[in-house]
Design a protein. Sequence first.
Length: 382
Amino acid sequence: MAHQTGANMPSTGHIVTVVGARPNLMKLAPLVRAFKGQASMIRHSIVHSGQHSDPAMDSALFEALNIPAPAWHLGACTWEGRANRLAGFIDGLSEAFSDLSPDWVVSIGDVDTALAAALAAKMRSIPLAHIEAGARSGNLAMPEEQNRRLIDAVADLYFAVDQRDRDNLVREGISPDVVHVVGSLMADCALQKIEQARTRGTARALGLQLQGYLTLTLHRPENVDSAETLSGLLEAIASGAGDLPILFPVHPRTRPTLELVLSLRPGWAGQLIFREPAGYLDMLDLISGSRVVVTDSGGLQEECGVLACPCVVVRDHVERPEMLELPSQYKGSTNPEQLARAIRKAMTQPAESRPHLQPFAALDGRAAERIAGIFRTLFEGR
């Protein structure tokens, strides 16, 4: 049951940003800060769908990222199946929008919450802005690709990470006048929090030496839903890593298959070090200190980009192909042989040659500032 936790206050322009999955929060944090800097023109409220429904983890992330409490929280997601989940989100978000009366709804990324926010906004004739608009993997079998294309089909304002995403939108018939290249909010957050993260000593607490370990994350269905597939990937990663310890924070989706793999092969773990998923600051500290990161997470790929940490991407289709043009990024594929080769190649990058930060326009840390400035101009001109 939806419940309200905040109240309306008069202002020049009211923006409601909808979040639900944890990666949304890392992208929300810089926006909160930027909108606060435009408080004379912008009132900002947060609505949480509850898509990721661990209250303790949510609370810890909100505190670590200095995000205020949502004006509305739909409660923990209890709907089974994607269709039921989307329907539940749309219904709850529609109620929230009716109460909050926003001038604009902001949808972030490509999770189910983002699509539900877009549809609920359009059903109530509220203008919709999409952050990370125009990203395309070309694989319509992916729920994320379905979501991002559907959101972009109904949005009114588009914030693209880079020129490639803008070009995708224009090719699809979107007017260039409503598409703005702003950069990556994930990079904004990493840049704002990296110095704080590096004080945590997360790797040392686990007995790991700086740049003396590999960090691994896997959560995508094509990689973790089959014991045979996951087993093959882990063997390839261990082969590529040589004697390097492999730190593996295990995603909840991955855990059941991993347990099956380990039960079928008792005693097989090699140099893998399993642990619970790390909090944002701890994870930022871990990847910053890693020799190599191996991941199928787009967000982690961007964080590695801004921190110049060698990153091997365990995916066959990516929505950020430009990231693979960075000297620290390697296309790993889901093919075990190709993955092992990519890891060995990443390991050859001398640790001492890594720059502190990667020079890349989309990762300059000013995306939220640009977004807030565009909204301010909109409100001033109405």
